[in-house]
Design a protein around this ligand. Structure first.
Ligand code: NAP
Length: 498
């Protein structure tokens, strides 16, 4: 399906108008709106889960969980803005005797945002997902480019948000939804067209490296470049060390196999790489991993495109020289089903063949056997940016491998001490985003209330009379938010003439 250029232009125009309106809303107004969206999504009946299940093959319990998470995102981001945390109000009062001006600063929405729905999270990272919720929390209108893998689900979610926009009497352009792939009569992709429009001021994306990078390049080639917050590929290495392997090689293998194949491996935090030094403990790990993977069933992947990418890429990696298949699921996969597989190679081979460090989206893992800890260190040093890196070890392992710990700090957004990286909690301290190419801007997260920061920009006012200032900066502090006044955090009102 293609989309008319006129429709896309209308969406951008409406978004520009809606931005002017959103600038007049306070964080409290938007928090109320966000709670109303959460309630509306909660109220969509069985149709939502059934539609998403039909379109993505994701099982019902997973979809129920994802729906709850999505609702929580709207509510918790709403709560987070309403206490002024992201307004970051700073007031430095005038001091005429010292020649100092009255300067006040707060954060406001950056402007209209284009959001790309992700294929692998039809609720939480798609139309009504975290990017949309965080942009609206910031005060930015959103145009969602829905994902072709779940258009009906996307439409149900879009309807819920638009109904709340209407109920609040807000301009239609606060939220628009676009389906299709190309601009009618051209070969241009809808997403590329939207990102190039001067009315668009930022982009939120989750998907492939190639998609994210293409949009990033378009945004940077514009006359007015804009920020693109793209969360892309990651192989989420797990480094396992001697003492932990000695202690629990078998349990670790089971834990790894289960995380690798969770959701048919279709998570951006899927641990696609496992690295350890050769030895008796690693042999035990291999035997258990072999057994565990063999017992995990093949299952339907999200769509035909993702399935064929998986088939192609797992074979591409497995067929590289000096790579062997260590284990594969015993269950024979039908077309469309991802069959779990783990391949094996040496550290020396991994270090000289870049193909082996590519993401295989699906239940595929690569186990790397190193001859020495020095080789492990080299692998850590050569890694590209990742969303997560796991340090599987005891405290003694951590004491003995401080150099590696120090190296991996430069390579990922989230470092785990044991456990597995799948499962990204929606909390204030979460960091979901890492150095390039896992994301295009390592300073920000796309999960948790801090994701709102992506769509804000600071604006300072110098010597403006109180009536012209936004509520966040007024003398009386009508929103009762926490502010930094002359360097001290306070909720008190101020009297500049005292
Ligand atoms: P995708 O191909 O990157 O597409 C995501 C969205 O971006 C779609 O709406 C797509 O529109 C748009 N898009 C992609 N390339 C574009 C371009 N050059 N110009 C303008 N718009 C563009 O991701 P996907 O469909 O979800 O899955 C494909 C592969 O991405 C998977 O096999 C997997 O390897 C990877 N993936 C990674 C993650 C992750 O979290 N790291 C998540 C999902 C997928 P169109 O539909 O019109 O192309």
């Amino acid at each position: 399906m293609n989309q008319k250029k006129e429709y896309l232009d209308k969406c951008v125009e409406q978004a520009a108008e809606a931005y002017q309106f959103l600038k007049t809303t306070t964080v409290r107004d938007r928090a109320k709106f966000m709670h109303a969206v959460a309630d509306r999504i909660e109220g969509i009946g069985a149709e939502l889960i059934e539609t998403a299940n039909r379109e993505t093959s994701l099982p019902f319990p997973r979809l129920e969980g994802e729906k709850a998470r999505t609702i929580w995102q709207w509510r918790s981001y709403g709560n987070a803005i309403s206490n002024g945390l992201y307004s970051e109000a700073r007031i430095d009062l005038a001091n005429p005797e010292k020649g100092k001006n009255d300067i006040r600063k707060y954060n406001l929405g950056i402007g209209p945002v284009v959001v790309f729905g992700a294929s692998n999270f039809p609720f939480a990272f798609s139309t009504a997902g975290g990017d949309t919720a965080s942009a609206i929390a910031a005060g930015c209108p959103v145009i969602v480019k829905g994902h072709s893998g779940h258009e009906q689900t996307s439409t149900l979610m879009a309807k819920a948000i638009s109904e709340v926009v209407q109920e609040f009497g807000w301009p239609e352009g606060v939220f628009n939804h676009v389906l299709g792939s190309e601009v009618e009569g051209t070969k241009e992709k809808i997403g590329a067209y939207l990102v190039a429009q001067s009315g668009i001021k930022a982009v939120g994306f989750t998907g492939s490296y190639w998609g994210g990078k293409a949009l990033f390049d378009i945004a940077n080639q514009r006359e007015e470049p804009i920020p693109v917050f793209a969360e892309m590929g990651s192989i989420n290495p797990v480094f396992a060390f001697g003492h932990i392997l000695e202690e629990k090689a078998e349990a670790l293998a089971k834990e790894y196999a289960s995380s690798l194949t969770l959701g048919v491996g279709q998570f951006c935090t899927n641990p696609g790489l496992f690295i350890a030094v050769k030895g008796e403990a690693l042999e035990r790990f291999k035997v258990s991993l072999q057994e565990a993977i063999a017992e995990i069933n093949s299952a339907n992947m999200l769509n035909q495109g993702i399935y064929s990418h998986y088939e192609k890429n797992k074979d591409l990696l497995s067929n590289q020289s000096d790579v062997a298949v260590l284990s594969e699921s015993k269950s024979i996969a039908e077309s469309g089903q991802g069959r779990p597989r783990v391949a094996l190679t040496s550290a020396a081979n991994f270090l000289t063949n870049e193909v082996l460090a590519e993401e295989v989206f699906g239940p595929f893992g690569l186990l790397i056997e190193a001859d020495s800890i020095a080789e492990v260190e080299k692998i850590a040093q050569n890694l590209k940016g990742q969303l997560t890196i796991t340090f599987a070890g005891t405290e003694k392992d951590a004491e003995e491998n401080k150099t590696i710990f120090n190296i991996i700090k430069d390579k990922a957004g989230r470092l785990l001490f044991n456990g597995m990286p799948t499962g990204v909690e929606v909390v204030y301290a979460m960091q979901h985003g890492g150095p390039f190419p896992s994301s295009t801007d390592p300073r920000f997260t796309s999960v948790g209330p801090d994701s709102i920061k992506r769509f804000l920009r600071p604006l300072a006012f110098q010597n403006w009379p109180d009536q012209f200032l936004p509520a966040e900066l007024k003398n009386g502090n009508p929103l009762a938010i926490s502010r930094l006044v002359d360097g001290t955090s306070t909720k008190d009102s101020i009297n500049p003439n005292q």
